[in-house]
Structures are given as structure tokens and as C-alpha cells.
Design a protein around this ligand. Structure first.
Ligand SMILES: O=C(O)CCC(=O)C(=O)O
Ligand SMILES: [Fe+2]
Length: 407
């Protein structure tokens, strides 16, 4: 059997050369670009905290109703008085800009809002058809993987922390070997085995049918997008009920509490697969990276400090250098903007589960931020430097004035 495959490949990571430069001008791979100048849709920088948002649960929408309720508080005051339909229309146009599959289109074509929306719709439609084709033809091996069964998937220690849902509860199971990089034991060995077998089964089907699949991003030749073969709902649950509570505590300043979209995939490394992964930042606010196995050597993750778009290529400070060795079943949680890469897997096969979690609210608000990012180390260094210079200038001025009074 031969099936027709992939539409335009999805977005991905933004690669950064180890010595600092972004590959290919930095606009490729689904990295968020500035909106076209004519786009007039605006949000407030601070939410209207006393405004009670509408409920959107009963509408058929392409984003979660909760996203609309959260975003509503950021609407310009005059819009808050409009009908629910008007608000939905306004917010949808903003949100559509953040649908990952739209990024490529946006970079090349868009000249007016309507045209943009139509092009995105076509892309979405194509992508839905692509997924549908896979889902209706691929025979699942372990059906129990496709719905969330927390007790079968996760270790009791992890479940206990999630149920407690307190900062201390999370800290009890986590290590933070480098600021902003959290590691913890997460998956049951049986779950890892089943997911590995499912991925293998899917790859076998792809091979046999010659179905042209999209790889997780432009940096990988191997691996598979789990969302494309039926795991989207289960992974949404993973993000909402497990990753968002933790991110709310540890990554609030990068939208950790408003994560509302994900890209879920596995990567496969080995001498006969992808060997390593270059230095990059993820197209995510928060990334979950869990090793599924199997046996391997090498493949360490290397981290090199958190940077905003403007500072992505700046030098690494010695205290930012951190290398991590993967352990099957163990998870790493970090900001998408934490620069990192993976060293060569020198023997065996390493397969990792990745969940890039995004917040559309955070992405919209980031556009209005003029000054320094609280989470970018380089922004903070520049800010301190600017303050130091300003204090020095004031001191000098005071001394000069004192000198004048004395004479
Ligand atoms: O291979 C790894 O563990 C890193 C994967 C990664 O950074 C990514 O997919 O964004
Ligand atoms: Fe990454």
C-alpha cells in the first residue's frame, strides 16, 4: 500500500552555533517573527483584573475555550463591551498567528489579515487531513497508550507530588543541578517499553506503506510526531494536568501557568540514526524531555544559559555551563529559551520523548515588552550595567555640584 504523505513540514527549533550565530538568519524553523506592520490587533500589557471573562465552552472553536477566557482579560477595554462573537473573532485572529503550522506561511506571504487567515486555514486543513489519513490507516499496537492512565504511566513519587500540587511537594522529587534545569524520576519502565514498541510499530508501518511523514523538526531526520498518529489528546492531558502545575511554580515568568498548546514527539539517536543535535533554543516556553531508553552511551544534553531572541548569540558565562547524562525514565524540564544541544550518542540507541509546551498569551504579551526580559541572563546583566552607570553618573554629578558650592 502506498499513501500520500506530508504537507509542509512543521516548525522547530532555532539553531544557534556554539560560537554564537544563528543559522540561516534566524527566521526559519517556526521561530516567532514580528507581526506584519498592518496588523492592528492589540492586547493590553496588564490584564483587567476586575473583568469577569465570558464562558466559551459551548462554542466549536479551534483553540481551547479556556484560552479565550484567559486572553479576554487582555483585550482593549472597548472590546470588553462587545458581543462574545466579536471578542472571539478578535482573539482567534491573534491566536491563529501562533498556530505552529502557520509560521512558515506567515514569513513568506501575508499581506492582509483576511488573506493571512485564509492561508492559515488551508494549512490547518491540510494538516488535519494528513493526520486523519495516518490515524485511519495506522493499526495501534498498545491502545492503552492513547488515553491518559496516570497510575500506569507515572511513578508513585511523581504522582504524589502532582496530587499535592505544592512547591515543596515538587521540590521533594526534583533536583535543580543548574539554575532553571529541573530533573526528576517520572515514567514507569513498563510505560517506556510500551511507548518504544509503539514508535517502532509506527516506523515499521511508515516503512511498509512508504507514507511520507513529517519529522519532528528540521533538525532531525529520524523520530516521529506523536500528535500525528493519535496521541494528541493524551499529550494535552500530560501538559495540562502534569506539566503546567509544575511550570506555574518554576517558570511563571515565561508563561508557565498559561501553557495551552504542545508539540509532542520522539527523537531517535544512534550510529544508524540521528547522531547528535546542534546547539539551539526550542520553539516552546517550557520543554519536557524524558529518556525512554534503550541502552546507549554518550548523548549528554549540554546547557548554556537562558537568552531572549535579541541575545541568543551572546557568549556563555562559565557558571552557565551544565552537562546532563540521560537516564531512562528520568525527565528534564527547562525553559525553551535555555540554550542547549545533545552530544553524539556513541553506541546503542537513545530514544527520548519531547513535549514542547507553548503559551499563546505569553507570546502575544512578549511583543509589547520594550525593556529587559526578567528571564534572560544577558538582559539582566545589561540592566545591572545600565543601573551601575546611572548611579556612577549621579555620583559624579553630585560631586561636581559639591565642588561648585565649595568654591
Ligand atoms: O536529544 C535530546 O535529548 C534533546 C532534544 C531537544 O533538545 C529537542 O528536541 O528540542
Ligand atoms: Fe531542544
Amino acid at each position: 500500500m502506498s499513501l500520500d504523505g506530508a504537507p509542509t513540514p512543521p516548525g522547530g527549533a532555532q539553531s544557534v552555533h556554539a560560537n554564537g550565530h544563528i543559522n540561516g538568519g534566524g527566521q526559519q524553523n517556526g521561530v516567532v517573527a514580528a507581526p506584519p506592520p498592518h496588523v492592528t490587533h492589540r492586547l493590553r500589557l496588564n490584564p483587567s483584573s476586575d473583568h469577569k471573562p465570558d464562558n466559551y465552552e459551548d462554542l466549536e472553536l479551534d483553540f481551547s475555550p479556556l484560552v479565550f477566557s484567559s486572553l479576554e482579560r487582555y483585550l482593549p477595554p472597548n472590546l470588553l463591551l462587545q458581543t462574545r462573537e466579536m471578542k472571539v473573532k478578535y482573539m482567534r485572529e491573534i491566536l491563529l498567528r501562533y498556530y505552529p503550522e502557520s509560521e512558515r506561511v506567515r514569513a513568506h506571504t501575508i499581506h492582509c489579515n483576511r488573506e493571512f487567515t485564509n492561508t492559515v486555514y488551508k494549512q490547518l486543513q491540510k494538516h488535519r487531513e494528513y493526520r486523519q489519513k495516518i490515524i485511519s490507516n495506522y493499526q495501534r499496537l498498545h491502545r492503552e497508550l492513547y488515553t491518559m492512565h496516570a497510575a500506569n504511566f507515572f511513578l508513585p513519587s511523581f504522582l504524589k507530588a502532582i496530587n499535592e500540587n505544592t512547591e515543596q511537594g515538587f521540590k521533594n522529587i526534583m533536583s535543580e543541578p543548574c539554575p532553571g534545569v529541573f530533573t526528576f524520576e517520572m515514567l514507569q519502565p513498563r510505560f517506556c517499553e510500551m511507548l518504544l514498541a509503539e514508535v517502532e510499530n509506527f516506523e515499521k508501518w511508515v516503512h511498509e506503506t512508504k507514507f511520507r511523514i513529517m519529522r519532528p523538526n528540521t533538525m532531525n531526520k529520524y523520530g516521529a510526531v506523536l500528535d500525528d498518529f493519535g496521541m494528541e489528546t493524551m499529550l494535552d492531558k500530560l501538559m495540562e494536568d502534569f506539566i503546567r502545575p509544575m511550570s506555574k511554580v518554576f517558570f511563571a515568568e515565561v508563561g508557565g501557568s498559561t501553557l495551552d498548546a504542545h508539540h509532542g514527539f520522539v527523537l531517535e539517536y544512534g550510529m544508524d540514526r540521528d547522531v547528535d543535535l546542534g546547539f539551539h533554543v526550542d520553539d516552546s516556553e517550557v520543554t519536557l524531555n524524558v529518556c525512554l531508553g534503550k541502552q546507549f552511551s554518550g548523548g549528554e544534553l549540554f546547557f548554556r544559559g537562558v537568552r531572549c531572541e535579541k541575545h541568543v548569540n551572546t557568549e556563555t558565562q562559565s557558571e552557565e555551563i551544565f552537562d546532563y547524562s540521560h537516564v531512562p525514565g528520568h525527565a528534564v524540564l527547562h525553559r525553551g529559551r535555555h540554550r542547549h544541544g545533545a552530544r553524539a550518542t556513541t553506541s546503542g540507541n537513545r530514544i527520548n520523548l519531547l513535549l514542547w509546551c507553548r503559551s499563546s498569551v505569553f507570546r502575544e504579551l512578549r511583543k509589547y515588552q520594550k525593556d529587559f526580559s526578567s528571564w534572560c541572563t544577558e538582559c539582566q546583566r545589561e540592566k545591572r550595567e545600565r543601573q551601575r552607570q546611572s548611579v556612577a553618573a549621579t555620583k559624579l554629578e553630585l560631586l561636581r555640584r559639591e565642588g561648585q558650592t565649595a568654591t
